[in-house]
Each structure stands twice: as C-alpha cells, then as structure tokens.
Design a protein around this ligand. Structure first.
Ligand SMILES: [Ca+2]
Ligand SMILES: [Ca+2]
Ligand SMILES: [Ca+2]
Length: 542
C-alpha cells in the first residue's frame, strides 16, 4: 500500500490551505538551524496551521491551494545593517524630496529610475492611464488616502475575502502613485483562489479597462511547464492590449547558490526497499535531494499535458537518514489528472530531510521541476525558478535591485556591477512545453535533453526594491513585487506620453532604455537590465 499524503488526503493531494499575510520581518536573519526564529516564516506557519485546522474541520472557504505574495520570506539580507542609517540620512541626501512627493512620502525608486526627471521633461504624470494592482489586501487604504499617498479615486474591485492580509496592495499602489501620480488605480485581490485571481485579471482589463496590470502572487499549483488559469488570463489581457507586469519572485538563484528548484529530465536511479514498486529518480550521483532549510511546502511538476497526465510520478519526504517516510503525495495520474504532487507540513519539514521523486511502473521519462514553494534552498539545485504566470512570454517579469546598491544615496541607477539583483531574487530561464490552450509546443518531445518545448528568457527587467512605503510593515519594502510596481509606474508614464503604444512597443522601448547588470547582455538573473524612465519614454516617442 502506498503511503498517503500526510496533510492533503482530504482533497486528493491539493492542499487546502490559503496563505495570506506574510508580514515579513526582512531585517531578521533566518539561521539554517533555527528556521522558526522570529521571522515571517514563523508567522506564515502559524497562519497556515490555523487555516489547515479549519480546513480539516471542513470549512468550505478554505478549500484552496496555497497562495504566496512574493516577499523575501527568508531574508539573509545584506543591507539590513545599513538600512537604519540610510533612512535617517535620507532627508539630508534628498532635501527636495517633499517637493516631488505624491503624498507624505515618495519611493526612493522615483529617483533611482529617473521617473521624476521623466515627468518634468515630457510633461507626463500618468493622467488618462488606468493601472490595476493584484496583491493580497488593502488594510492601509484609509490612512493612505488621508495622507495623499493614494489618489482619492482609488477603486477597490475586490478585497481579500478571508483576511486580514498584509496590505501589500496599498504598498504597491503607493509606488505607482509616486511615479505616475495622475494614473487612476484599481485593486483586486490575488489570494482568494487561483480562479478568482484569473477572473480579477480579466475584470481589471475588460470591465475597468486597465492599461497596465501588475501582480506579485504565486499559487503553489501553477506549473512552470504549462499555462494554468492565471497564465491564460495574463495571456488574454496582453493580447487585448494591456501591459502585464509580474514579479520574478524571491526564491533564490543558481548564481547566488540559494536556488530552491531542481529541474531536469527523469533518470532512473534504481529502487529502495522503503518505497516498493517505485523507480527512484537520480538527481545525479544520488537518488534524493535535501532541504538545506526547513520548508513547509514542496511541489513536483512534470511535462505531461496540463490536465491529462498519463505518467504517474510521486513525491516523498524521507528523514535525513532515508530510513522512514515523513510525508508523501501519491495521487494517481492515469489520463485525466494534472502532472502535480505536493507535500505540506505547517510546522515545516526538518532541515536535511531527503526529497525523493519516484516513478511508478511504466511511467515514461519526463522533464521534472521540483521546488520549495516558499523559496528555501535545496542541496542540489538548478536555475529556472521563475515559473507560473510570471514565466510566460506575455508577462513583463521583474527582478528586484536594491535602490541604494551602488551606495550613492538617492541618485539614479548606474547599472553594471553597481546595481546587481537582490541575493534572494529568482532566476530564469523558463522552459515551456505547452501553449496557452494546452497543446504541446513540440509534440512528442517533452524533455530538456532533446531541447523540447520553448526556452523563454526570464526575467525581462530589473527595478528598485528596499524602498520606503507608508503602508504598515513596508518600510522598507523589499522584494520583486516592489520592483514590479516601479515598472508598472514607468509603463503608465509611457502610456500617458503616447496612448497608442502597444504592449510590445512598451516592452521594446523599455529594453532599449535598460542599464545592463549582472552577466553581460540579457541574463537569467537581471534580464535586459534596469529600466530608466526618460530613455524609455524618448524611445517610445520616436
Ligand atoms: Ca507617496
Ligand atoms: Ca502520482
Ligand atoms: Ca546583463
């Protein structure tokens, strides 16, 4: 008899849990041997545990997979030691800041990207442009309206249902309002369900006519290899003329040696008496991966069709010695299921746990993607963590760069070695095996080794994070979502300067105006580079 999923049995393997507020304490350092130190992770676990208890009790509103607003849950942040002094010095560094502010406070990114110069040079402030923001919630809305940090006509299309959230929606909107103060802002929650997220993307475009839409949320069931409902919605609104900006995520990279994914083709490593009937996958030299950091959720995807998997892979967590099964996800795939397994434990799987991918008899080799959902590092790792809807060609995908990484105070980004991506930023490239409608891009060729599918260069661009926002809990505001909000603000200015611009034209103009960072040229960590607003608008007006 196969082991049963420990926490997911009630839904056949899809965890019943919704993660909402990740009140990340970005200044705390999470030690490898102390994963429940005072940090966002501890809070996250508490929320998940409580919600899981309700789910087990049968409360229907909890019957959802896991959502995550992209915040750097495990910080290890190199800037934390200097943040306090930088903030204290900010007024001195930028004495005229109040004159440019939209509201009581302005993102440092306004100067980093020279959007302040772009507004005065081209006489644009986003007027006439509608920007839609998708994140968890807007608890700080009233105070930000009162201080002028959000415009009076801000429209809440749908808030979080099962809150409270972290109010990241207002933090993202603050940034956009700083950069494009004339733009009208719309908010809809992305954490109520994947279907609700997808519906809200379409509503922001089709009902509220948003020109620019930006999100920073991932759902654990989103495959990196194919389109789910959220990615399909993104593809549709871009085809309809909207610019869609998505955060790359904060789940580490191969370059920084903190990657939280392993991707590659199945390779047989033999059998294990502990898992009878299975052929274990070889990660190269060993038949298991290890958790370098405790993690609450691990997912396995493979390159079968989105809802029609015929090759039955399973996912196991073993103890560190490999002598007992700690957790398992063993849904049967025999033709009508998604190629997906997920294990979850609210208290976290211990450090050094073994993670095993196992094929049932007759399963054909497929491309595999293993990930620690909240971004904790794996022992054996690869590039390619950017996935889900942020990994599709239609999305403008943004990696974060600390606004003061050049240590020059509030001055424009200079690029090159001075402005690398954050250490926690997720990397590309993405490998897609299926088109938006689920049809195979390379029929019969579903492996990395045979160059199956399509390689999508991700991320696309980089933009400022670590900025100061007034939303409670977002001072400073680290993570790819802050970067995505800056790119959305720049896109709004470009659209205001030339309303006829298509998403492709905006992307091309941003590319021509980007400062190269990280490896020379378009690279898997920083994309084409940091977008600078004046050059982007100049290019767009040509
Ligand atoms: Ca402001
Ligand atoms: Ca299975
Ligand atoms: Ca580069």
């Amino acid at each position: 008899m196969r082991p049963r999923p420990v926490l997911c049995a009630a839904t056949g393997g899809v965890c019943l849990l919704l993660l909402i507020a990740i009140g990340a304490d970005i200044s705390s350092r999470r030690h490898l041997d102390d994963p429940i130190a005072p940090s966002a992770f501890a809070q996250m676990r508490a929320i998940l545990a409580a919600k899981h208890a309700r789910a087990v009790a049968g409360l229907p509103e909890e019957a959802r997979p896991i959502a995550r607003v992209n915040r750097p849950a495990s910080s290890n942040h190199p800037h934390s030691a200097v943040i306090g002094s930088l903030l204290a010095a900010l007024a001195t560094l930028n004495p005229d800041r109040a004159l440019m502010a939209a509201g009581a406070l302005t993102s440092q990114g306004d100067i980093s990207h020279s959007t302040n110069i772009a507004r005065s040079t081209y006489g644009v402030d986003g007027t006439g442009v509608r920007v839609g923001v998708l994140s968890d919630s807007v608890e700080s809305l009233a105070s930000l309206l009162a201080s002028g940090d959000l415009p009076a006509d801000t429209t809440i299309v749908e808030d979080i249902i099962d809150g409270p959230g972290s109010s990241e929606g207002t933090a993202m909107m603050e940034i956009i309002h700083d950069l494009a103060p004339g733009a009208q802002l719309f908010f809809a929650s992305s954490v109520n369900s994947p279907e609700s997220f997808a519906a809200n993307i379409r509503t922001l475009r089709n009902v509220y006519h948003c020109d620019v839409i930006v999100d920073g949320t991932s759902w654990s069931t989103e495959s990196p290899f194919s389109y789910g409902v959220i990615a399909q919605a993104v593809d549709a609104v871009v085809a309809d003329g909207a610019v869609y900006v998505s955060a790359a995520g904060n789940s580490g990279s191969l370059t920084r040696n903190n990657a939280s994914t392993w991707q590659g083709d199945f390779a047989a490593a033999g059998t294990d008496p502990l898992l009878p009937g299975y052929t274990l996958h070889s990660f190269g030299g060993q038949s298991f991966n290890r958790l370098l950091v405790s993690t609450a959720a691990i997912e396995l995807f493979w390159s079968d069709p989105p809802e029609a998997s015929t090759n039955d892979y399973d996912l196991f967590v073993l103890n560190s010695a490999g002598t007992s099964v700690v957790s398992a996800s063993t849904n049967i795939q025999n033709g009508t299921q998604r190629p997906f397994e997920e294990v979850f434990r609210a208290s976290g799987f211990p450090v050094n746990s073994r993670v095993v991918i196992a094929a049932t008899a007759g399963a054909a080799p497929r491309a595999l993607a293993l990930q620690a959902f909240f971004g904790e590092a794996l022992q054996l790792k690869t590039a390619g963590r950017i996935g889900a809807h942020a990994g599709i060609p239609a999305a403008v995908t943004v990696a974060p760069v600390f606004w003061n990484s050049a240590r020059k105070g509030t001055k424009p980004f200079v690029g090159g070695a001075f402005n690398p991506t954050e250490v926690f930023s997720s990397d590309g490239p993405r490998r897609l095996f299926y088109a938006p409608d689920g049809s195979p891009l390379t029929p019969g060729n579903l492996l990395f080794a045979t160059n199956g599918g399509q390689v999508v260069q991700k991320p696309d661009f980089a933009a400022a994070d670590g900025i100061t926002a007034r939303t409670t809990g977002y001072s400073p505001y680290y993570g790819a979502n802050a970067g995505a909000a800056h790119i959305a603000g720049i896109a709004a200015l470009m659209k205001a300067a030339k309303p006829s611009l298509t998403p492709a034209e905006i992307r091309a103009a941003m590319a021509s105006a980007a400062l190269d960072i990280m490896a020379p040229g378009n690279d898997r960590d920083g994309g084409i580079g940091i977008v600078m607003a004046p050059a982007a608008i100049a290019k767009a007006l040509q």
